[in-house]
Design a protein around this ligand. Structure first.
Ligand code: ATP
Ligand code: MG
Length: 439
């Protein structure tokens, strides 16, 4: 017995009371059986789209795809995608059915779905409808195509990527025949749009440990820029990076970093990634190129970072780091402060994570660097021009001419503060500004 989302339960009741068959279906049933929280509850019903619209009214019902049988019902502040039981006709483009046909039986609808674990329906009266052994496959941790895998992947090549995406999300194994067909038909992925490929790859990369699911036959088609050797080398790095959608740029950088910044940008642009994602990934690739940032985190490590020394003074926490002026004299701190000023804390934390994944032997130092960055940020230690104890107006009042030169003086002042040449105090900064602008 599964616990239905209250909104889904109420909508199923309404459909049943009106005489229609109706179930929760797909991902929500799978996730509930796994004991995970389902993020959205999809429903399926024998009611035709028009009947769904009539039953719930134009107020509550959005016609999101009536020709495919889909209406979205608003209930209790949530949205429920409700689709009429349907079969799909032939696929001539390897992606979209030429026509869909509405059918009265949920089992026919389940048969068009991609994997057994996604092809289960549930309602309270009938319990689980599971004609393809989805529950057993869930228990055994197995991804298996519904029906003949060759045919199902030929109909819609996107299912090949979905296979690895779902397997990676749950850490499941692949049914042998399903895996064979996926590898064999991977070249068909060339008919899938870049956006869809990117979406699927992103979900795959967000999984806990995607390395083993980065199938070379698939990657050769969707990311031909990456050589098989580069892919092999990237797998453990990707796995060692933090998971989750919010860390995607780190994972992209781990996967593509060997291509260098320019080609990484080119690949992500081709895949229609967002500009924000491209920029962030590019920064991560650039700053970790060669030994890059890792060198400063590790080899130029300031005294205060010695984990052994820190341990010997257990209890004083971050206080083990010397005062700001002294700490600033440490090359590691200088580098972290520059990075903080340039990119902000979030990116610096990602850089540390990527560094640790790339160079596991430096992982402890990278973790300390991230910790140090958080501390510097929390303490409001000066890392940006905006944090200087003087601003442009102060400098102009002191006789420094306005214009681009002013910006240059401010940047130079910041650099001096970070290198601890003088404290971040107004008199010292004004004196330094005079020297800088005279030089
Ligand atoms: P998620 O949690 O990622 O949303 P989901 O199972 O809900 O997982 P969706 O992509 O939202 O996945 O699709 C909903 C359901 O529709 C799937 O569970 C599956 O039954 C079916 N489905 C989706 N895409 C396909 C496809 N390309 N081929 C066959 N069935 C599909
Ligand atoms: Mg879904």
């Amino acid at each position: 017995k599964l616990t239905l989302d209250p909104g889904a339960a109420a909508l199923l009741d309404t459909l049943h009371a009106a005489g229609y068959a109706a179930y929760a279906v797909g991902g929500c049933v799978r996730d509930s059986l796994l004991g995970r929280t389902a993020h959205d509850w999809d429903l399926c019903t024998s009611a035709l789209p028009q009947q769904v619209m009539e039953l719930f009214g134009a107020e509550q019902c959005i016609p999101t795809g009536l020709q495919h049988g889909t209406a979205t019902i608003k209930y209790g502040g949530q949205l429920y995608e409700t689709t009429t039981f349907r079969t799909e006709g032939s696929y001539t483009d390897g992606r979209h059915p030429d026509a869909v046909q509405f059918v009265p039986d949920v089992r026919e609808d389940l048969a068009r779905r991609d994997f057994t674990i996604n092809a289960m329906a549930y309602n309270e009266a009938e319990g689980l409808v599971d004609p393809f052994g989805g529950q057993k496959d869930l228990q055994n941790g197995l991804l298996r195509a519904v029906g003949e895998p060759q045919q199902r992947f030929t109909e819609d090549a996107l299912r090949i990527l979905r296979l690895y995406r779902f397997a990676a999300r749950f850490g499941f194994a692949l049914d042998a025949a399903t895996a064979r067909a996926a590898r064999q038909l991977a070249p068909h992925l060339d008919c899938i749009s870049a956006e869809r490929i990117q979406e699927e790859l992103a979900k795959l990369l967000a999984a806990p440990q995607p390395g083993a699911y980065l199938e070379p036959a698939v990657l050769a088609v969707v990311l031909p820029e990456l050589t098989p050797a580069a892919l092999d080398a990237a797998k453990p790095v990707v796995d060692a990076c933090p998971a989750g959608e919010e860390n995607l740029p780190v994972r992209w950088a781990a996967l593509l970093g060997a291509l260098g910044e320019t080609d990484t940008r080119r690949v992500l642009k081709r895949l229609r990634c967002s500009n924000a994602c491209i920029e962030e990934t590019a920064v991560l690739v650039r700053e970790t190129a060669g030994k890059g940032v890792c060198r400063s985190f590790s080899e130029d490590r300031p005294l205060g970072w010695d984990p052994a020394a820190a341990g010997s003074r257990a209890g004083d926490g971050m206080a083990r780091f010397v005062s700001e002026e002294k700490a600033s004299a440490h090359p590691g701190d200088i580098h972290i402060r520059r990075l903080l000023g340039r990119y902000g804390l979030c990116t610096v934390e990602r850089l540390c994570a990527l560094c640790a994944a790339l160079h596991p032997q430096n992982a402890p130092d990278c973790a300390l660097a991230a910790q140090r960055a958080r501390q510097l940020e929390a303490d409001g230690v000066c890392c940006r021009v905006s944090q200087l104890a003087v601003n442009g107006r102060d400098l102009m009042a002191a006789g420094i001419p306005a214009g681009p030169a002013l910006r240059r003086v401010l940047e130079a002042l910041l650099d001096g503060v970070i290198r601890a040449e003088y404290p971040n105090e107004k008199p010292a900064l004004l004196a330094a500004a005079q020297k800088i602008s005279a030089s």
